[in-house]
Design a protein around this ligand. Sequence first.
Ligand code: ADP
Length: 602
Amino acid sequence: MSTVTRERRRIEKAGTLQWFHWVVISLSLCLTLVAWNISHSQIEEKVERQFNREADQVIELVKERMELYENALWSGVAMIQAQGGEVSHPEWRRYSRELRIDHKYPGVNGIGVIFSRPTIEIPDLIEEQRQTRPDFRVFPEHDEPVSLPIIYVEPEDVNSKAVGLDMAHETNRYRAALRARDLGTAQITGPIVLVQDETRTPGFLFYTPYYRGGDPETLEERRERFLGMVYAPFVVEELMKGALASQNRHVGLRIQDGDDVLFNEHEVVKEDFDPEPLFRRTDRVSLYGREWSFDIRSDQSFRSEQNNAQPLTILIGGLFIEALLILLFVTISRTNRRALAYADEASKEAIAKAVELEQLNAELERSNEELEHFAYVASHDLQEPLRMVGSFAELLDAQYADSFDDQGRKWLGFMTDGARRMQALVRDLLTFSRAGRSIEMTPVDSRELIDLALENLAHSLEDEVRIEVKPDLPRILADAGQISSVFQNLISNAIKFRREGAPAVVEVGFEEGRSSEKCIFYVRDEGIGIDEEFLGRIFVIFQRLHGKFEYSGTGLGLAICKKIVEKHGGRIWVWSAPGQGSTFYFSIPRVTEETLHAIPTP
Ligand code: ADP
């Protein structure tokens, strides 16, 4: 695959979602689902607990209410037994009024007394009762040996149809009565329709037995001393209204005794009925000799009450964050792709420019080399004919000067002077083209290089010249001959450009460079100085600031210095002001452990 194709693929890949993006998104999604699941099951548990609490409460309320009625009946029994087992109609009426049934016992239809008599004694009983109540009768007839007619029931007006009704005429009523007699405990009948209930809804009777001479211990005693029962008739609908009225319920209830339904709220017509309840449960509860089954179901109000939005909020919130994450990743990836494409474009351009620059550099280097070679060849080849012109001009001057007139001698003088200057120029040009051509770097003591330069200059060191070389000069890495010639050039300029009439004062020294790898040498004089506007020109080849008659020179000295210093990896510069002297600085590599190792061994 080519680099370009590979690069294009890399950029395209950067623009799509990466595996780690998917990992983050998947983790976040898992977290959302786990949080939603936990919240969901917690809420479900809580709701179920609440349903069970409400269901327990309903059953408890019914049981409590039954106990309350039982207590009322037992208090009737206590009243009768306190009177030796007998109670008159007015006494019972007074007692029942005291009870304030309608107020204290909502749901009770009435409270009455049932006498237990052998059936053969019933006519006597009727006789007895008719003395105060002429229309009293016992009904209906039956074959049982013992009769259990209702004698009193209060309030009598609503229960009048029940007065005289014999419990022995019907199995359900009769059996419960005998159970109450034999056990000595409160008992209820199975479902019946009360004779006094016009709506003919299910009801039952609640019996509490009383005996002659207090509570008997054994079954025989109970049967023998059984006098009758205090009883209460109940319409279940009314009873439940009383029991459950005050409760703010969110469950519906159905009570069954065997297959008979006593009470039923699970009907479509009921206000809060829920055809598909969230919860349901059936409890069997033993109550006074019967087993009632409580079928409890949550209703509509329970459903709306439990409508908890928390799990859904978590789920929607989590999914929303997911969507944002994906959007973010997609945006990042696209930006990434764009950035990579830009970078790719830019780097291609940069590479093209670098290649172009490299080519230009190579061309420049080649033409420089050609130029240098030309200068070298030209100056080298010019030397010989020039020497000849100079030599013969001097010979002419020495041997035939007298043959010329004044004009001729003057022209001959110009010729020899021109040839001399031309020679100096060609010599300096040759030096310039050679400078830095092949440099041989060795560690060398800079003091030695300065001394060599001073030796070469010895002929021009007159009394009027004072040169001070600072002590403790460093060792440097340099081509000794070439750097020595730099010192020589700078010192000779310092001497040459002294102020008229003043001695040449020159100081040679060095300063620590800003980087520890270089040291900076300086050559300072108190000479004529240089105007600021010419400072940039003096290092350029052939640039001179003075006429040839003022100060001799070729204008190549500083250009040669610059070339040598730069070939050593250094820099040359000047500080100067007219009349205040000049200081020429140049930097050169210092000898360090590293530079020592870098020098190739000869
Ligand atoms: P040359 O000395 O042969 O003229 P250089 O290249 O050495 O050529 O110097 C160029 C010019 O810089 C000189 O002509 C002179 O004007 C100026 N210059 C160089 N050194 C000094 C100095 N120490 N003081 C004043 N002027 C200087």
